[in-house]
Design a protein around this ligand. Structure first.
Ligand SMILES: *Cc1c(COP(=O)(O)O)cnc(C)c1O
Length: 545
């Protein structure tokens, strides 16, 4: 007599990949994945959305409970696949929404393999050669950005936010030694641009510094930090007895692709260390989660232009490279492969210029008696996380191998060419103005105006003239309606899905400026989809009065 539980275990065993090769079952495993992909494929159409866009029924979702009975794998797959219904296909050239990339096949395989064999990057004992992928990617990227790969050290973590947290915690330990152990006993601040990511504020809160310890420095119309203001803010902090835990240079802002002047920021820091005779060097972190990828142009010959980019694109790429080539001056860098490196989530690298900095946040080995018995690679001694997936570094490795410098140059060059073409079209049109024309990335922020408005002068007036407040508000509303119209059309498979930002910048007198945003991340982008943006805008203008 077999016990009922044992029968159940026998059937559940079929839902695991077999530990010993079993050709028949291996085929079943692969076939199960293929069936799932087939079902997803059946949801594809001309539209950039899988299946039909659906409203979320949160109430029904909250009523869900675990069942008594097991379900067959096939039924589970169907239910999982159903959750992709209505998903936006980021790789579709009609999807130009945000800095969300479509993952490549090697990127997907890089995440899939660790999903099956489940290495744990806490140490080499539990991850074996997968641990090498973290070291390899760190070395490759260190070299790319101009750090010395022999001294630099990298650790994959839970997003760009995690990279900022590592930097801030290390910076705080430099500024307030011993605070990791005994807590924060003196005031310390984090300084970054107004255009920096909101994660800077979040981590200040989570670290116990308090969100109020995050100081925002005003940014210029080119969306870069105003370095003279950064200097005076840092000086004031030091004069009032505060420590500087971290200065963040944003190298590619989220909305507009602004690039801070990192070299200038480093100069300011170095001068302050002397003047104030500081006994620590304030940590400078380059938040390059978006911009890092442009370092493949560090050795590009812009005069010869061997890839044959068009002049406008060359100007744009060189304009970015000018700032990105400074990355090596920072003390640490945040790099998101899941943004401009075309991997699945989550694949973020915190890269420290010197491995010694990571020792500042390491634990005593007595605290972890069950770990790290053999070998020499034990990132679990200093990582915030304990278990860490191999998916991030393996996916990143997959893409660095796949693309190489040339491939990444070609891909970014193409996206920027498309964005430049869009900007040119928008600038040429009487009803639209480009807001971030001084930025050189794949993102274009623009505003649409009703016919009676003179778009040659309106942008400047809106930004600077306090008597234009009412006009700004009215035009904000107009842009929201244009966006709603474009969005509705796009979800029907016509036109392009864009996004809307509630506050591209504030005007000089404090009014938020709404903008439409096209973020081109699809390798399948082409001129016809650039034209489609213009068509969508024109069509929406006819409907919206
Ligand atoms: C996206 C972004 C972040 C946050 O990164 P996540 O990977 O989403 O956690 C931080 N800084 C900048 C500049 C970003 O664009």
């Amino acid at each position: 007599m077999t016990a009922p539980y044992y029968k159940l275990v026998s059937s559940i065993r079929r839902a695991f990949p077999q530990p010993v090769s079993d050709r028949e079952h291996d085929a079943y495993f692969v076939f199960s994945i293929m069936r799932a992909l087939d079902q997803v494929d059946a949801m594809k159409s001309e539209s950039p959305v899988l299946g039909e866009p659906r409203e979320l029924d949160l109430e029904a979702a909250r009523q869900t409970r675990i069942a008594k009975e097991s379900l067959p794998l096939e039924s589970v797959t169907e239910q999982l696949v159903d959750h992709l219904s209505g998903a936006i296909v980021w790789g579709h050239p009609r999807a130009q929404i945000n800095v969300i990339p479509p993952p490549t096949i090697p990127g997907i395989i890089g995440s899939l393999l660790p999903s099956i064999y489940n290495p744990n990057l806490a140490s080499e004992e539990s991850s074996r050669l997968v641990a090498l992928s973290e070291v390899e990617v760190s070395a490759m990227t260190a070299d790319l950005v101009g750090y010395d790969p022999a001294v630099a050290q990298g650790v994959f973590t839970f997003g760009g936010t995690g990279t900022l947290l590592y930097a801030a915690r290390i910076g705080l330990e430099k500024a307030c030694p011993g605070s990791m152990k005994s807590g924060i006993r003196e005031p310390a601040v984090i300084v970054a641009s107004k255009c920096a990511h909101h994660a800077c504020r979040t981590i200040a809160g989570w670290m116990g510094l308090g969100e109020d310890s995050f100081i925002e420095v005003p940014s210029s119309p080119a969306n870069e930090v105003q370095t003279y203001l950064l200097e005076s803010i840092c000086r004031d902090a030091l004069k009032s007895g505060q420590k500087i835990a971290m200065i963040v240079a944003t190298m590619g802002t989220t909305d507009a692709f602004g690039l801070d002047d990192l070299a200038r920021i480093c100069d300011i820091r170095d001068r302050m260390v002397e003047e104030f005779s500081l006994d620590y060097v304030p940590h400078i972190h380059a938040d390059a989660v978006i911009g890092w990828a442009w370092s493949v142009f560090n050795d590009y010959d812009f005069d010869q232009n061997p890839q044959g980019f068009q002049p406008r694109a060359v100007r744009s790429l060189a304009g970015t490279q000018r700032r990105i080539s400074q990355l090596h001056l920072s003390d640490s860098i945040g790099i998101d492969f899941h943004k401009t490196g075309f991997t699945p989530y989550t694949s973020s690298l915190f890269l420290s210029k010197s491995g010694d900095d990571l020792a500042l946040v390491a634990r005593d080995s007595e605290a972890m008696p069950y770990l790290f018995k053999s070998g020499e690679y034990h990132p679990g001694k200093y990582t915030l996380e304990t278990s860490r997936s191999g998916a991030g570094p393996m996916a990143a490795l997959g893409n660095l191998l796949l693309l190489g410098r040339d491939g990444l140059q070609a891909l970014l060059g193409h996206l920027v060419t498309m964005a430049e073409s869009l900007a040119e079209h928008l600038e040429g049109h009487a009803a639209t103005t480009v807001l971030n024309s001084e930025n050189f990335g794949p993102v274009t922020l623009f505003r649409v105006y009703p016919s009676e408005i003179d778009t040659f002068t309106i942008s400047k007036r809106e930004m600077t003239d306090p008597t234009a407040r009412g006009i700004v508000q009215k035009n904000n509303e107009y842009n929201r309606r244009i966006f709603a119209e474009i969005q509705a059309e796009a979800l029907q498979g016509r036109g392009v899905i864009l996004s809307l930002t509630d506050c591209y910048r504030k005007t000089d007198y404090g009014e938020p400026v709404v903008a439409l945003k096209s973020y081109i991340m699809s390798p399948f982008s082409d001129e016809e989809y650039v034209a489609a943006v213009l068509e969508s805008v024109c069509k929406a203008r006819e409907t919206v009065s």
